[in-house]
Design a binder for this molecule. Sequence first.
Ligand SMILES: Cc1ncc(COP(=O)(O)O)c(C=O)c1O
Length: 435
Amino acid sequence: MFLLETPPGPLVQIDGREYLYFVGTGYLGLQSHAEVIRAACDATQRYGIHSATTRAGFGNIPPTLDAECRLAEFFGTEAAFYFASGYAGNNILLSALADDVDIIFVDQLSHYSVWEAAGQSRRPVYHFRHRDPGDLVAGLRKKLRPGQRPLVISDGVFSVRGTIAPVAEYCQELSPYDGAILLLDDAHGIGVLGTHGRGTYEHTGLWNTVSPLPQVGEGPEVRAAGPGAADESTGGDDLNTPSPHPNPLPKGEGTSVGPLAKGEGTGVNSLPSGEDSAVATFLTATASKALGGFGGVIPGSRPFIEQVKKASHWYEGASAPMAAAAAATARAIELLMADPDLRTRLSSNVHLLKDGLRHLGFEVDQTPVPIICLVTGTAEKMQRMQQELMARGIAVAYMPAYAGLGPEGGLRIAVFATHTEETITRLLDELRKLA
Ligand SMILES: Cc1ncc(COP(=O)(O)O)c(C=O)c1O
């Protein structure tokens, strides 16, 4: 276990020693921004640690409402629900959606929180191969009876491998099915991908990028783009085989909480893909990663967000988010929206590092995702590489067999907007010596 003794950033102190830091999810460096920290401290002074009651009663404090306003502004939606845990987001959203679907299909390498939420939805759950629309289609054909409504869930950007879900293809394949829903957990795409940083949907051309702030209440409909970039596939298994994910799922049928009103303002975007069918798209995200604050968020139209709050019981049954977390989230988003250069710097750092790694002979994709997973040799070799890098003052994470990695695991490298060219060159130099 390592003890991180400073805020996350390009240079940290771990166990009493300084390291260049390429770990974690603070992609834009906002968690350690002086103004974000000041906002958190001020809010704590003013409102205490938290309101010590739920938001349904007296638990709303200005920073919480402020965070929701800023988040809605960032996403260009009428409203947003902000809550204490990004991990809970899929569960909260599925509470509102489960009555409207019959069968759930999950990318096999989705995050733990996706699998847990699907498992708790009391709908039958099947997995399809990682980023494989063809395998999804096979599952849809095999499992759905006429009239049944599918819900597909996937990470937008996968947290360890850094791969991007082919959402345009999913939409296309889902479009023949009435009532089909696509739900993305875009914890790692938000703040990073897309013209406005709205993540994987925007990156893939599925968000209304014509207007900087689409009015979701008015139905910002965009046509599903054609198939996205070609995908690698992990190779796969039948949909009936147990999930290879570390948290296999309970399967079963049943009913869930509160029906979702159809039609008016269901999600972030409604993606009409044919005369008579549409795929409703939904999004869960976290403020804790690129957005630089803390907590979970679901953006959407006002009526839909009201429905989510009622369906999940988080609004009336959980302590409201901490004042510091809400205020930090609001301030970090203000900074991010006021300084588009922040995202430009991240993008050029990603390209600098990925180009450098390619020169060293590593196979690295061309996407703007700031997560790079190097799988090079055995687990022992990679662990040695990580230890060697640590000995030279550079911290990267060795991930043991985790969703998406083989038994040998991999080295996960995260690049930030706040890394300097010199820092990135230093990492590349050390990797060259070790490779
Ligand atoms: C895909 C994904 N979803 C959800 C979460 C949980 O978000 P949070 O850390 O804000 O609780 C994480 C990681 O932490 C994640 O990688």
